[in-house]
Design a protein around this ligand. Structure first.
Ligand SMILES: Cc1ncc(COP(=O)(O)O)c(C=O)c1O
Length: 429
């Protein structure tokens, strides 16, 4: 019997080819990465680490995992790499478990300032089981290192996260290091968003400054969904036992058997990231983001643009996301620093260039795309979020319906389809 899933995959393929994927944490993997991910390696159980497995029959799996580890060490110039974490959040949880005891203090950038859930946000394990202290960005939208230092001196965190999810600027790891040293904290760089930019030489590497580095493999690095945890020379000196502590946190702490098909696909993507062509790709991602940002009247030093929508009206994040989706542009609503509306009904959108750049788009294409974005956003003028909280849900439902039948958005959608189809998507055409 043919599965009902395959026609749905075909439907999703059409969406991915005919639209513009601008969520900055997304990308298109190569056919080889897909091949490894869809392989028979998914059949095997391999609890443990290479040479130390609970189950038999892991000779080949050991070779694959060792190969992935060696590639990661080479790519990021670190002495230790672990590749089994299922995704970024469990990797961050493993590191927190390895460094801290429950109740210890962890510090990270606030969600509302562009930080990640796992760095101490409400409702995340990182604030449920640990004492979370958040630092923020200042009025210039950049990390406020004075506040960070004052909070660190006051709260004496065991772990400081240096990592971002919605932050359009480069990070100064040296500043983080100085503060971590003042309070004896372990400095963990979460490079999930910028790993590809680091490999490409666009962004400074945290390897000389951080003790531990975590990353997802599926964003700018352009691998399968997955994660890696790495320990630097400095981190090994600080705690020679840290590798085995992190291993124990991964298994038995958090996981059972590793996803071997995922490990293999990570290895393939790391091989690709070691090619000279990847450096060109990373440089183009940043060039594209800089042009896109300029066209949208803001700035970007990395792969993403945080666009405030305050000039379009009040609390316009949802409305913008809906309108752009109707036009064939996928973005996500996002809070902006000093959020004037509400964290639940934010006033900005977050856009990125990693996926578009994989399709071969360049600066001139970003100018066109910014034009479509601005045209689509004209359609949300007047659709301000109601001040009354109890009216908001129904208002947004109605707004979505209204935008779905908007003629101007349909015209833009057709133009974008014709444009997008000219750029191949790896693994699809
Ligand atoms: C900085 C950062 N760390 C960790 C993660 C978590 O990764 P995952 O979604 O794979 O759990 C993300 C995902 O957005 C991220 O941006």
């Amino acid at each position: 019997m043919a599965s009902k899933v395959f026609p749905l995959i075909e439907k999703e393929k059409i969406r991915q080819v005919t639209g513009l994927e601008m969520i900055p944490s997304e990308n298109y993997v190569s056919s080889d990465v897909l091949k490894a991910l869809g392989s028979i390696l998914t059949n095997k159980y391999s609890e443990g680490f290479p040479g130390r497995r609970y189950y038999g029959g892991n000779e080949v799996i050991d070779e694959i995992e060792n190969y992935a580890v060696d590639l990661a060490k080479k790519l990021f110039n670190v002495p230790v790499a672990l590749v089994q974490s299922y995704s970024g959040s469990p990797a961050n949880m493993a590191v927190t478990m390895a460094v801290c005891s429950p109740g210890d203090t962890v510090m990270g950038l606030a969600l509302s300032s562009g930080g990640h859930l796992t760095h101490g946000a409400n409702l995340s394990f990182s604030s449920i089981f640990y004492k979370a202290v958040n630092y923020n960005v200042g009025k210039d939208w950049k990390i406020d290192f004075e506040e960070l230092e004052a909070l660190a001196l006051k709260h004496k965190p065991k772990l400081i996260w240096a990592g971002t999810t919605a932050y359009p600027y480069k990070l100064d790891y040296k500043k983080f290091r100085k503060i971590a040293d003042k309070v004896g904290a372990t400095l963990v760089a979460d490079i999930a968003h910028i790993a590809g930019l680091i490999v490409g030489g666009v962004h400074e590497s945290p390897a000389p400054f951080a003790d531990i580095i975590t990353t997802t493999t599926h964003k700018t690095l352009r691998g399968p969904r997955g994660a890696m945890v790495m320990v630097t020379e400095r981190g090994l000196k600080k705690d020679p036992e840290i590798k085995s502590k992190i291993e124990r946190a991964i298994i038995p702490g958090l996981q059972g058997g590793p996803h071997n098909h995922q490990t293999a696909a990570i290895a393939v993507s790391l091989e690709e990231a070691l090619q000279p062509s990847f450096k060109k790709y990373a440089a183009q991602v940043a060039k594209n983001a800089a042009v896109l940002a300029k066209e949208l009247d803001t700035t970007s030093e990395v792969h993403l643009v945080l666009m405030p929508l305050t000039s379009y009206g009040y609390g316009m994040g949802y409305q913008a996301q809906y309108a752009l989706e109707e036009a064939g542009i996928t973005v996500n609503k996002n809070t902006i620093p000093g959020e004037p509306a509400s964290p639940f009904y934010p006033s900005g959108i977050r856009l990125g260039t990693p996926a578009l750049t994989t399709r071969g788009m360049k600066e001139k294409d970003m100018i066109k795309i910014a034009g479509w974005i601005k045209r689509a956003l004209e359609e949300i003028r007047g659709l301000d979020l109601p001040q009354e909280q109890d009216l908001r849900k129904d208002f947004l439902k109605e707004t979505k319906k209204k935008l779905h039948t908007n003629k101007n958005l349909k015209i833009i959608r057709a133009e974008i389809k014709t444009f997008a189809e000219k750029f191949p998507v790896p693994g699809i055409n």
